[in-house]
Design a binder for this molecule. Structure first.
Ligand SMILES: Cc1ncc(COP(=O)(O)O)c(C=O)c1O
Length: 402
């Protein structure tokens, strides 16, 4: 622990102004402590966070079981390279794969997990000269060049071209459109089972099944980017388990290790060998600390019955929001999948963030018109009610002002 006097928000902001690259838009507040769904700033103000850690803090801030696992693991072994075997990596891989399928590769972030998946798909297709991947409009896959090129949103590409070759973009829920983009060089289709950053867009289950069929017919891999939907976020361990459509590959990060940097790619055992030794690696990937945190996160979700809890809370949120927004003309659509909640407005959604923050509640705005909530999956019912009260009050105020 540093012995320096804690800084107030203004002093921390000054440090950032002087020394941190300004590539993020930040709220003018320094956060210093969190517990569950609550977080405090340097001035002692408390916030109820309905978007903790952009989905990474799946069990809220500093969940006790994860803190304990990290503390114990740190005292034993923080990191050894992947030239050795470490028990924690084997055990976390077993935990994940026995709740999904296949075998796991570990890395540190969502973008990295997607890079691994894209490389696997190319390696798998390379014998037949296949390299192209089809992805979807409004999708989001990360900021590294492969993941960015897979992200079919021009605003993220500005000034960065030329992008990586080998991607084609399709519209969601238009199966004919996807079929028309497939050629002899197409090795994979990559999709989020629920588009998160894209505004909580939920593909039709028949569309996902159609993609599965296209992949089978054309010897392509079906990749589900579960960076946001994975690890219980939707009320199933993984988002694909809602539709029953079995992907060949899933990618994970965000909540995977309860807030500790961790990513993973899981693929069916029959494709695991395509990632041959030397073809891909991550120095920090699968480190003992992240693996211990991941295992503690997964075990907590299981022990506390959080998958069912998410389903129950999702139904409750739907009921409350439907009733409250029925007469609000600014609300165009409600899209809810577990603890992924999107409220589509007919007006810009950004003001909702400041209005909720003034009332001590943290929410997100995405795609200009969507208020997005990704509450911790163990948020209490009282906290959920308190947060929804504020969201509804803010929406009513925005409707009055519109
Ligand atoms: C679906 C999805 N994929 C990939 C990413 C990128 O993850 P990371 O920021 O950890 O690289 C994100 C991040 O928001 C995401 O939501």
């Amino acid at each position: 622990m540093s012995t320096a006097t804690p800084l107030d928000s203004r002093s921390t902001i000054e440090l950032f102004d002087d020394y941190v690259i300004p590539n993020y838009r930040r709220y003018p507040v320094s956060l210093v402590r969190g517990e569950g769904s609550r977080v405090w700033d340097a001035e002692g103000r408390e916030y109820l966070d309905l978007f903790p850690g952009w989905g990474c803090n799946i069990l809220g801030y500093s969940p006790p079981a994860v803190v304990k696992a990290i503390q114990e693991q740190a005292a034993e072994l923080i990191h050894v390279p992947n030239t050795w075997y470490v028990e924690q990596q084997g055990r976390f891989a077993e935990f994940l794969c026995t709740r999904s399928f296949g075998k796991a590769f570990f890395c540190n972030s969502g973008a990295e997990a997607n890079e691994a998946a894209l490389k696997l798909a190319r390696l798998h297709g390379s014998a037949n000269g296949k390299f192209r991947t089809i992805t979807f409009e409004k999708g989001f896959h990360g900021r590294t060049f492969g993941a960015l090129s897979a992200t079919a949103q021009p605003k993220y590409h500005e000034g960065l071209g030329p992008l990586m070759a080998g991607f084609r973009y399709a519209a969601l829920n238009n199966l004919d459109g996807v079929a028309n983009l497939i050629d002899d060089e197409t090795c994979a289709i990559m999709i989020e089972p629920v588009q998160g950053e894209g505004g909580v867009q939920i593909p039709d289950p028949e569309f996902l099944q159609g993609l599965r069929n296209l992949c089978d017919e054309n010897e392509m891999l079906l990749i589900f980017d579960e960076v946001q939907t994975g690890m219980g976020r939707t009320g199933e361990w993984f988002g694909y388990q809602h539709s029953g459509v079995q992907p060949d590959v899933i990618t994970l990060a965000k909540g995977l290790a309860g807030g500790v940097a961790c990513g993973a790619m899981i693929t069916k055992s029959e494709y695991a060998g395509d990632l041959r030794p030397g073809m891909h690696a991550s120095t920090f990937g699968g480190n003992s600390l992240a693996m211990a945190a991941g295992l503690a996160t997964g075990e907590t979700i299981e022990r506390e019955g959080l998958l069912q809890y998410v389903k129950d809370n999702a139904a409750y949120v739907r009921e409350r929001l439907e009733a409250a927004t029925e007469s609000l003309s600014i609300v165009n659509d409600l899209r809810i999948c577990g603890m992924m909640i999107g409220i589509e407005l007919s007006i810009p959604s950004t003001p909702a963030v400041a209005k909720a923050m003034e009332r001590g509640v943290l929410v997100n705005s995405t795609q200009d018109t969507v208020v997005r909530l990704l509450p911790a999956i163990n948020i209490t019912r009282e906290e959920l009610d308190q947060g929804l009260d504020v969201v509804i009050e803010v929406l009513k105020e925005m409707a009055d002002e519109a």
